[in-house]
Design a protein around this ligand. Structure first.
Ligand SMILES: *Cc1c(COP(=O)(O)O)cnc(C)c1O
Length: 410
């Protein structure tokens, strides 16, 4: 196959509209419900409870807002340690800082690329008083929810589930976004369904849902005037945004099916190459396949070095690296992305504890230096990348992407 640049850019993951979104937005406009109250909001909350199987859903301006309110509901106070997924988008963790808590990063496991229960257990050994755990499902693949849930229970800790990337994914038949006491989903523009922005807090606790509703609308007390007893936020979802989400919901399963087909096509196309896809155990979970990712075998990595804001590599026959592949994607007008850089490697979090299966991940052991790598997050970050996963990508375009990757290993 001759590789040539795409005329139309092939995206990592872009919004896919279907028509009804405009109908509901127009309805909001024509009935003048152009605020944070209205039928679209009620409907998307109802649809979410119906789909996910939670009792209450509170529609908010963003997934990050949902996570912030979840951290508040979990009772995080200044100085409290909070165990957090390490290899995730920063929005999982930043809300802990909003409440002046201290994130402690828990290393990743290779089976699902999520929080390692063994490292979490280790963290409770080191910081036994920790009372809150924030766990994300990366790229739509559920983490080891049973193990993590058990450990939280054993230590009396509250679990917050960041299901922003995994709406519609199931773990042992149960939807993600229901495993935590408080859970967050997102309708950001690149997620599996979108409102252009928006998010939700999900919980089975009526009291918590009511508090979130109140906090998200400036914490107004029941009085004839603006009366306030606690700090408030302007976090409620707009009825216009909710119209977009409402129009998207009927297409969630269709988007998942398209994303799954993309994942399977990559998997098939990579046969014979020294790479594999982001893994999951099909006997335990069904991801939503939001992003397809790949990881290069250790012995097929050419030399690659990354500074804080640049990368370079030395090209080698039969080998490649994420930097080479991403540069080639860009040259052919396709969008890939590095694996989300782990939080323990981020300058802002350089002083925060990082716990691996072995214990303190900040103290590099001899085993680590000798190549018996104990920092799983850094390893996946070095060898992995997110592939173009747009559900509007054609099979021909995807074949070309696969061919581009193949050429990197020649
Ligand atoms: C997108 C995302 C968020 C934040 O959601 P927003 O709606 O963009 O605020 C949080 N966590 C993860 C893992 C995400 O991917």
């Amino acid at each position: 196959m001759e590789i040539k640049p795409f005329e139309k850019k092939v995206w990592l993951s872009s919004p896919t509209m279907h028509g009804d979104e405009l109908k509901y937005v127009t309805e909001a406009y024509e009935t003048n419900w152009m605020s944070t109250v209205g039928k679209n909001i009620n409907e998307v909350e109802r649809l979410t409870c119906e789909k996910v199987g939670c009792k209450y859903a509170v529609a908010l301006s963003a997934g990050t807002a949902a996570l912030h309110l979840a951290v508040k509901l979990a009772g995080v106070k200044p100085g409290d340690k909070v165990f957090c997924t390490d290899m995730t988008f920063a929005a999982t963790v930043n809300p802990v800082l909003y409440e002046k808590g201290e994130p402690v990063f828990i290393d990743t496991e290779y089976d699902t690329w999520n929080m390692d229960p063994k490292a979490l257990e280790k963290a409770f050994e080191i910081y036994p008083d920790t009372k809150v755990v924030v766990v994300a499902n990366l790229y739509g693949v559920p983490g080891k929810m049973d193990e993590i849930g058990e450990i939280c229970k054993k230590h009396g800790a509250v679990m917050i589930e960041d299901a922003a990337e995994s709406l519609g994914a199931t773990y042992k038949g149960r939807q993600t976004g229901t495993f935590g006491t408080y859970n967050a989903i997102s309708f950001n523009g690149n997620k599996i369904i979108t409102g252009s922005s928006g998010g939700m807090l999900l919980t089975d606790d009526l009291d918590a849902a009511n508090k979130a509703r109140k906090w998200s609308t400036q914490s107004r007390e029941d009085a004839p005037w603006y009366q306030h007893e606690e700090v408030g936020y302007n976090y409620r979802m707009s009825n216009v945004i909710a119209g977009v989400v409402r129009g998207q919901y009927p297409h969630l399963d269709e988007h998942i099916a398209q994303k799954k087909a993309i994942y399977m096509r990559y998997k098939e196309g990579f046969k014979g190459l020294p790479v594999s896809m982001n893994p999951y155990d099909e006997s335990i979970c069904e991801p939503n396949f939001w992003l397809s990712c790949m990881i290069i075998d250790k012995d097929a990595m050419c030399k690659q070095v990354r500074s804080d804001n640049e990368a370079c590599y030395i090209s080698e026959k039969g080998k490649s690296c994420p930097t080479e592949i991403l540069e080639k994607f860009a040259a052919y007008n396709a969008e890939g992305r590095p694996i989300w850089k782990p939080m323990h490697m981020q300058p802002i979090y350089r002083m925060n504890p990082f716990i691996t299966r072995e214990g303190n991940g900040r103290a590099r052991t001899n085993a680590y230096i000798a190549g018996g790598c104990s920092d799983v997050g850094a390893d996946i970050y070095a060898r992995g990348l997110c592939l173009p996963s747009d559900n509007k990508m054609t099979a021909e375009e995807q074949d070309m992407i696969i061919e581009i990757i193949r050429s990197c290993f020649e």
